[in-house]
Every structure is written in C-alpha cells, then in structure tokens.
Ligand binder design. Structure first.
Ligand SMILES: Cc1ncc(COP(=O)(O)O)c(C=O)c1O
Length: 371
C-alpha cells in the first residue's frame, strides 16, 4: 500500500500525508539525567548556517553537529552508554553481583566504537563484528578501544547474524542497535539514549529564538533507530502539528524508503557506499511502526551528492562525514530538479521555515574523501 505522492519515478523519493499528526508515547525522562552524569558530557553544538538557508529558500537552517560527542566523532555513544548502563544494572539485579561480561555487537563503524569505548570505561570486554566496506581507520579505532575485532566478508546484516551467534554465551550480551522479533529490549534502550540529542535541539532552538521549533528535521537513516528516536521525540507531544520528518538513505541501501513504498518492512541487497553507517539492508523491527507512522518523506542520495554536501559543510566550518552530510544532500535533492515544488509542499516548507539537519558524524568517524 503506497501513497507515494511523487509522479517522478526517476527520483528515489517517497512522501505520505498524515505523519505530522501521528502520535506515540514519550521516552522515560531519566535518560538525559543519566547522560549528564557521564564524564565529558556536554550538548553538541547546533550551528546556524544562513548560507544554506539562502540556498534552500527557507528562513533558518541549523546543523546539529555530532562530530564530537562524549569524546567520539559520532552521536552513537548516546545510545550505547544508556543501553549498556541498563543492561549491566539489570544483570547485577538478577545475579546479585557484577561479574565481567563481554559486550558483543556488529557495526558499520560508529556504534561498535561506542560500545567498545563504553566497555573499556566500565572495565568490561567488547567483541565487535565489522562487515565489508568499513573504512580501515574506523576499524583501527575500534581495536584501539581495546575491543576484539572480527572481520566479516559480507554485508552488515551478515555481521549482525555473526554477532548474535557469538553472544550466545552466559558471559556475553549482544548490544545491537537494530532489533528483530525476539531481540528488542536492548535496541529499545539504544533508541531511548538517542533522545538526548533531540532534547538538546529543543533547548538550543529556543535559545536561538526559534521558539516554535523546527518546520523540518532531516535524519540520516541506516536501520532507522535514530529516526525512531526523532519520530518519538516529535510525535509524542501534544502540539497539533509537529515538524515534517525526512529520512535520508544511500541509493544502494534504501531499505526504509523501499519499506515505506511497500507498506511493510522489506530487506534490500546493499551495495558499496562511502556512507558506511547507513549501509544497512533491513529496518529495525521496533523502529518500523514509528517510521511508517511518523515519517513524512524518505529520499535516497548518491555518494557524489553526499560528498558534495560534506565538502560544503566543511567550507562552512562544520566537520561532517559522509553519513552526517547525507541530511543536507537529501534535502537538497528534494528541493531541486523536476518536481521540486511538489516535494517542497509535501515537506511543508515555506520561505520562513526553520530546518534542522542532523549531522551525525564528523570526518574523523568515517574519513572518506569529501571532494
Ligand atoms: C554517523 C551515522 N549516522 C546515522 C546512522 C544511522 O542510524 P540508524 O542505523 O539508527 O538509522 C548511523 C548508524 O550507524 C551512523 O553511524
């Protein structure tokens, strides 16, 4: 069941009406308080870029800059820290003692490093499975956190299967940032952890005088856990109409766009992309209802578009890796070319609109060339 409003099959784009009034329950209030207790926590910057507002024909554009989050060059530590905290607390409550555990995960870079860092800080072990296509420096960074690293000669979904199998030991626990039927609690905590990013944006927009909040938020999407957090944040409020939410994926791994078009979650065969963190073929099972209900639109972009966006952000003083810059690449693609007016209308954008682009990683996270 597809209600794709676009009459342009050439552009990988999907839009649906009604998402802005869809509603869900909020996340627990204690997540932000937990992050505040972590050493090195401080809100990441929300940078206003008037040059982009002019280019895109909107009122104000802000970029949430996740190039340095809890000492790592991507947003992922927000989810890993909260999920590991909850997991270890629960194990301790069950067994009555805190025995060392191996935190196992699969990653296309950032999540694995965040789990490895969290394990190191808490005196635990980490075992991280890495699929093909992850930049060698990103792999080295995971090993540099003291984790055991296993390379998998397959795509991300295969690495997830290998990690799940390796975690089937009493002294191990799978800390995965995607869910499937039967494995949903820990991924749910990871999504809760990401909520801190959205809470910070609220405060920062208010401080910048954008008290009405955003008109549009653009989110880079892999399995959709971050997008689930964003949907939860904006769709659990009482306001009549929340912002439009736009998902951006690589053309070679557009599993959420394909799923939205199909009206049900589908897996896609993934290819090679510099947007390593977005190179995922299957939406998270717990994310799907939120993505289906709460996303206004999805678009897929090429590596070239992502590289151009990253270079442009660099020129404006924002360190943004290929995944982080996907937000800008996706919005640009939506607002240019044949059918742009139709897509602008679907996103509810006007010349006074406030846009937030989530730049989820810095160049250090995923050092593919940006030009
Ligand atoms: C930098 C970056 N941005 C965005 C994402 C997408 O997050 P999700 O897989 O939750 O959709 C990832 C996931 O690894 C990432 O590393």
């Amino acid at each position: 069941m597809s209600d794709n409003d676009s009459s342009l099959p050439a552009l990988p784009w999907f839009a649906r009406s009604g998402a802005r009034t869809w509603r869900c329950e909020p996340v627990p209030a204690d997540v932000r308080d937990f992050h505040r207790t972590l050493p090195g926590y401080s809100p990441t910057p929300l940078r206003e870029l008037p040059e982009l507002a002019e280019e895109l024909g909107v009122g104000r554009v802000f970029v949430k800059d996740e190039s340095s989050r809890l000492g790592l060059p991507a947003f992922k530590a927000l989810g890993a820290s909260w999920a590991v905290h909850r997991t270890l607390a629960e194990r301790a409550a069950r067994t009555g003692e805190r025995v060392p555990v191996t935190l196992v995960t699969a990653t296309d870079g950032n999540h694995g490093r965040a789990v490895a860092r969290t394990a190191r800080l808490l005196g635990q072990h980490a075992h991280v499975f890495v699929p093909r296509g992850v930049h060698p420096e990103a792999v080295a960074a995971i090993a540099g956190e003291g984790a055991e690293v296993s390379r998998v000669e397959g795509p991300y979904d295969e690495a997830v299967r290998r990690a799940a199998a390796a975690a089937e030991r009493p002294d191990a626990v799978l800390v995965q940032d995607t869910a499937w039927p039967g494995y949903e609690r820990i991924p749910g905590w990871i999504v809760e952890g990401y909520s801190t990013l959205c809470a910070e944006v609220d405060e920062q927009l208010a401080a910048a005088g954008a008290v009405e909040g955003p008109t549009l938020v653009a989110v880079p999407v892999g399995v959709g856990s971050l997008a689930q957090a964003v949907v939860t944040h904006y769709r659990s409020r009482s306001a009549d109409q929340g912002p439009a939410l736009l998902a951006v994926e690589p053309e070679v791994a557009a599993c959420v766009l394909q799923s939205l078009a199909a009206g049900e979650p589908v897996s896609v065969a993934t290819g090679d992309t510099t947007m390593a963190g977005l190179n995922c073929g299957t939406p998270s099972s717990i994310a799907w209802p939120y993505l289906y209900g709460g996303l206004d639109a999805a678009i897929a972009v090429s590596d070239a578009a992502g590289a151009r966006a990253a270079a442009d952000l660099a020129a404006l003083g924002v360190s943004s890796g290929p995944c982080g810059a996907a937000s800008l690449a996706g919005l640009r693609a939506a607002l240019t070319g044949v059918g742009a007016d139709e897509r602008r209308t679907a996103l509810g954008l006007e010349t006074s609109s406030v846009v937030v682009l989530l730049s989820t990683e810095g160049t250090a996270a995923n050092p593919h060339a940006v030009d």
